[in-house]
Design a protein around this ligand. Sequence first.
Ligand SMILES: Nc1ncnc2c1ncn2[C@@H]1O[C@H](COP(=O)(O)OP(=O)(O)OP(=O)(O)O)[C@@H](O)[C@H]1O
Ligand code: NI
Length: 314
Amino acid sequence: MNDNICIKNVTVSFTAKAGIVQAVNHIDAIFNSGEITGIIGETGSGKSVLGLSVLRLLAENSRVTGNIIYQDRDILQLPAQELNQLRGKTIAFIPQNTDTAFNPVMTVGRQIGEGAAYHHNIPQAAARRQAIEQLRRYAFQEPQTVAARYPFQLSGGMRQRALCAMSTALSPKWLIADEPTKGLDAIIRRQVFQLFHDLKASAGISVMLITHDLRLAEKLCDAIFVLYAGTVLEQGTAGEIFAGPLHPYTRGLINAQPHKTLTPLPGMPPSLIDLPAGCKFQPRCSCRKSICRLQEPPLQAINGRRQVRCWQYA
Ligand SMILES: Nc1ncnc2c1ncn2[C@@H]1O[C@H](COP(=O)(O)OP(=O)(O)OP(=O)(O)O)[C@@H](O)[C@H]1O
Ligand code: NI
């Protein structure tokens, strides 16, 4: 039995007023245990939806097909009770918005202790002591003081760290983190980088890292999946992807960064209600050939782990 998370032919659609939103389209992806795997892509490319689908945290109007295999079981088929055991205890999720992740009227320490109290049935006082230890681990100099505070009394960076402390309080095997550096300044981003680095190195936690922060992804991740309109356009090791992106979209994402050429990708992502024919990126692609409009290219292995979905390489 391995600890990888295997996503097999997963499709997620939402029923909306305007029609069926095809947010994730036939994604196959293996997230290797012991590694940090980055999911990158423009806004609306399906990163959060993919992450949420792993713990079945999607909204009511969603429909998910395919398999998400973890420890020889399909998470999508787990009965509610086993799913609850998995959530938080084995696979933890850090949502995109740290403001809503906390209960605003409960102290930070109490919230960190709650999970332990619930899953391990331990008394309040002991849970509180554990919470303080957990905060100390996350580099809080005065964990007692922080534990007594309410979420709004913490700065953005502290809240992010407190959220990591809460999410990993039950020593999960996996952490799915959605935009953990969003809205944080450079110094705090470095702290978050260090935090994730230590999670993997010291705590042995495997991570699925959803991010717009390509520099963070490059430094932190072992592997990368590049998403566009709910489809994987390229995947590989972080070294491969950042040193030599193959897909025009990946090249565009990398070049759009402030420390690169700051050239934005031309055009807009497609409507997920009415996806373009052929390659989903073709309407915006400078390398487009006539076949690109007609047929979607397969995701093809180039060498090793590397795969790209583009007719240039087919
Ligand atoms: N409950 C829902 N009903 C309808 N559409 C939804 C729902 N949840 C998500 N979507 C749509 O699914 C698509 C993918 O959303 P997702 O949040 O995964 O994007 P993302 O890549 O995480 O973007 P961002 O970088 O902005 O966080 C978007 O078009 C979004 O509007
Ligand atoms: Ni998102």
